[in-house]
Design a protein around this ligand. Structure first.
Ligand SMILES: Nc1nc2c(c(=O)[nH]1)N[C@H]1C(S)=C(S)[C@@H](COP(=O)(O)OP(=O)(O)OC[C@H]3O[C@@H](n4cnc5c(=O)[nH]c(N)nc54)[C@H](O)[C@@H]3O)O[C@H]1N2
Ligand SMILES: Nc1nc2c(c(=O)[nH]1)N[C@H]1C(S)=C(S)[C@@H](COP(=O)(O)OP(=O)(O)OC[C@H]3O[C@@H](n4cnc5c(=O)[nH]c(N)nc54)[C@H](O)[C@@H]3O)O[C@H]1N2
Ligand code: SF4
Ligand SMILES: [Mo]
Length: 698
């Protein structure tokens, strides 16, 4: 008889939408179910550390609420009334409804809608192959990265930076606009190593006292959307006090004299009025930067989720150019390495089938799009059919009032392929059960480091769950569109071919090595021979509409974007009717809405809450635990007050994203956020909202 508790450990990769993309070691018990999950100790970035939510992944895989059979809706939309049906019947219905919609409105009426619930290149991006084969509407993904990425590329010209492991060799680690302890714990591993081994200081810029700021030597608590002002004042001090590296600037930047003149009146006192941060703290921060070339700027996503987010990212990224920190090891800046991999995704995405004339629809504007807004529909037909994988727009997309109205439309057919019964799956006509990462093969790249990883199928899925790749292939066959070779290959064949076509070796080699470190050399990563522009000069003064970012067009008020770094005053400011600024920052135990289905995660987060300064609460007559209505013109949400002095007066924080049903009243936090596009290339300003707060009893 086999050993009743045989445990084997296998290499894998975390599939979640997190910059860390940890190298994992997954225990498999009896060849049938997963046990403990650990971080790979010999991966130089993961360094044996992963977050608590993935360490207890067995809880998510064995979740009693997991979807295991295809379902057909039997009650009204959103009622949660479904009946199980066979895969064949479910796929037949989906194919018939898509063909019927195409016949009535043309192929652009079908909108494949997907995101990064899995970051695997095959399971996430394969949906595009079917989209291109059918000429369905394109998906311009904006919800997460666009303001951050375009803001970074505006200066450097490329989405890549100094090796994030160099943080350990820094004397000053500046963690800016990311709550790394909660959202990408490995940043802390390397930052804390610098403090232990070299006595480095850690500075943290945020809008509330996060667990990351709790660890800071230099905490910098600013008002939301004012990072550009802080960056300007820091650079003002560097120039004023002779701490700017003029030789570096002359060699490596476009217009240092213009920047210096522009910053002449961007003083710490000017920035204090905007940021709320005392001028003395700004001076001290600037001196700390000016005193060492080994200052490393780890720039996150959070501070770019404002209407001026791209400008703020660019402004922060200018500081190490002015101080010359880029020139040394342990200095410079990092945001994302997504630009280093050079993938050839032709097979995975069917790029050889792509027709550039097909319209692109903006992911973040799904509310206006489903609500029939002509501008959001780019002049094309209404969207009457959705195929959704790896995302939960009924909770995560902005302007939920319109998203809900859209999903409730009788003339809209919705197929959702999901692992659990999300708010979006509840609105579907057909729900298909999906595998989790340990149940299928995939290939991963790390945005927040420099590794390529393979995550193999380790166990069989429960019930009838199928991987995305299988479902896309099944639908292609039913629609008569499976001629592309990508539909006829297994995941492993696609991965091997993609690695080869991208000059990253073979699958066999990757499996043997477990992960590949593709870090560019020092000179490349630090732009020693010039930034990624024809003249090699960092752009202190970007030409925003022409920033090299792949987008169907510009979005938002591009014309009024400032040239040099500045405080661009386009945020949704407080006013008499809406005296508070609301930030909807990520909760530690959830990942967007993923893990809201695990008992430990939900227990640790307690309930949907509003962090509010005790003096503000007192002025409103609100006590700890009181129920409050938080509202603006887009809608209202019920939360429970938590008194917290780690936030500036006039700023409130709702850690997110809870499912709608977790809220009294059933309306989630994105009822309050706007779907107006962030300049220059779209995105959602999740942390840029004005609201009023009213006590409504308990
Ligand atoms: N536990 C957990 N981990 C996650 C996620 C999650 O939801 N939960 N989400 C994942 C995803 S999809 C992503 S993209 C990453 C994002 O990870 P991050 O880069 O950390 O970005 P955000 O999550 O948006 O917000 C991070 C911080 O930005 C702060 N912030 C908001 N507005 C401003 C501002 O104007 N200025 C400054 N300086 N700070 C501001 C917030 O208070 C918050 O502490 O995390 C991933 N990891
Ligand atoms: N208020 C507010 N809203 C936000 C944010 C915020 O900070 N505040 N952050 C925004 C950001 S940064 C992002 S990236 C978006 C993210 O939003 P989403 O991409 O919608 O992220 P999740 O809510 O985690 O939903 C992912 C879903 O994919 C499913 N899934 C995972 N793997 C697979 C698979 O292999 N196959 C299939 N079929 N399904 C799978 C999971 O079960 C999960 O339900 O949310 C945005 N919304
Ligand atoms: S830190 Fe991020 S990448 Fe690492 S295990 Fe947790 S969610 Fe996954
Ligand atoms: Mo994200």
């Amino acid at each position: 008889m086999p050993d009743a508790s045989a445990v084997r450990t296998h290499a894998s990769a975390c599939p979640h939408d997190c910059p860390s993309t940890c190298a994992l070691e997954v225990e498999v018990v009896d060849g049938a179910r997963i046990g403990r999950v650990r971080g790979a100790a010999d991966n130089s970035y993961t360094a044996g550390v992963i977050c608590a939510k993935v360490a207890r992944y067995a809880e998510r895989v064995n979740n009693p609420d997991r979807l295991t059979r295809p379902l057909r809706r039997t009650g009204p939309k959103g009622s949660g009334q479904f009946e199980p049906i066979s895969w064949d019947d479910a796929l037949d219905i989906v194919a018939e409804r898509f063909l019927e919609a195409e016949r009535r409105h043309g192929p652009e009426t079908v909108w494949p809608y997907y995101y990064a619930g899995t970051m695997g290149l095959v399971q996430r991006d394969g949906i595009n192959r079917l989209r291109h084969a059918r000429r369905w509407s394109g998906f311009f993904s904006t919800i997460c990265t666009n303001p951050a990425w375009s803001g970074w590329i505006a200066g450097t010209g490329k989405l890549a930076g100094a090796d994030p492991r160099e943080m350990a060799k820094s004397d000053l680690v500046v963690i800016w606009g990311t709550n790394a302890v909660s959202t990408q714990v490995n940043v802390m591993t390397h930052a804390v190593r610098a403090r232990k081994e070299r006595g480095a200081k850690i500075a943290v810029v945020d809008v509330y006292r996060t667990p990351t700021m709790d660890q800071a030597d230099i905490p910098l608590l600013i008002r939301p959307g004012t990072d550009g002002a802080l960056a300007c004042a820091v650079m003002h001090v560097l120039f004023r006090d002779g701490l700017a590296d003029r030789a570096y600037l002359a060699a490596q930047a476009d217009d240092p004299a213009g920047l210096e003149a522009h910053l002449a009146d961007r003083t710490p006192a000017w920035a204090e009025a905007i940021t709320g941060l005392p001028a003395a703290e700004i001076e001290a921060f600037a001196r700390a930067i000016g005193q060492t070339k080994r200052s490393f700027f780890r720039l996150g996503y959070g501070f770019t989720r404002s209407r001026n987010g791209a400008v703020n990212m660019h402004a922060a990224s200018c500081i190490p150019v002015v101080s010359g920190a880029w020139a040394v090891e342990g200095g410079g800046a990092f945001h994302s390495n997504s630009g280093i991999y050079g993938w050839n995704k032709t097979l995975i995405e069917g790029l050889d089938l792509r027709d550039p004339a097909v319209r692109m629809l903006d992911q973040s504007r799904i509310g206006p799009i489903l609500d029939g807004d002509a501008d959001a529909l780019a002049g094309g037909p209404p969207v009457t059919a959705l195929l959704i994988q790896n995302t939960n727009p009924m909770a995560v997309a902005p302007d939920q009032t319109r998203v809900r109205r859209g999903f409730a439309r009788d003339d809209l057919f919705v197929c959702v392929h999901e692992q659990v019964m999300t708010d979006t799956a509840r609105m579907a006509d057909i729900v298909l059960p999906a595998t989790m990462f340990v149940e299928h093969d995939d290939l991963y790249q790390a945005g927040g480091n420099q590794h390529i990883l393979f995550g193999p199928k380790l166990v069989d899925p429960p019930g009838e769950c199928r991987p995305n790749h299988a479902v896309i292939g099944d639908l292609a066959r039913r629609l008569g569109s499976d001629q592309h070779p990508g539909f006829r290959m297994t995941e492993r064949e696609l991965i091997d071919a993609t690695l080869r076509a991208s000059k990253h070796g073979t699958l066999e080699e990757l499996e043997a090595a477990r992960f590949l470190d593709v870090q560019p050399d020092f000179d490349t990563a630090h732009y020693v021979k010039g930034f990624h522009w024809p003249d090699g000069k960092f752009r202190l003064k970007p030409d925003w509409p022409r920033v090299p970012y792949s987008a169907p067009s510009t979005f938002g008020p591009v014309e009024t974007m400032p040239g040099f770094p500045d405080h661009w005053a386009v945020t949704e400011e407080a006013d008499a009717e809406h005296p508070f600024r609301l930030v909807t920052a990520p909760a530690r135990n959830f990942l967007n809405t993923s893990f809201t289905d695990t008992p430990t995660g939900t227990a640790r987060e307690s309930r949907p809450s509003l962090l509010i300064h005790p003096d503000d609460a007192a002025a409103l007559g609100v006590a700890e635990g009181d129920r409050v209505e938080v509202a603006n013109r887009r809608g209202s949400v019920l939360l429970h007050a938590r008194l917290f002095d780690g936030v500036r007066r006039g700023v409130v924080i709702a850690e997110s994203i809870w499912p709608n049903r977790a809220h009294d009243g059933g309306r989630g936090i994105n009822t309050l956020t706007g779907a107006d596009a962030v300049a220059p290339f779209g995105g959602a300003a999740f942390h840029d909202n004005h609201v009023r707060v009213v006590r409504v009893g308990d």
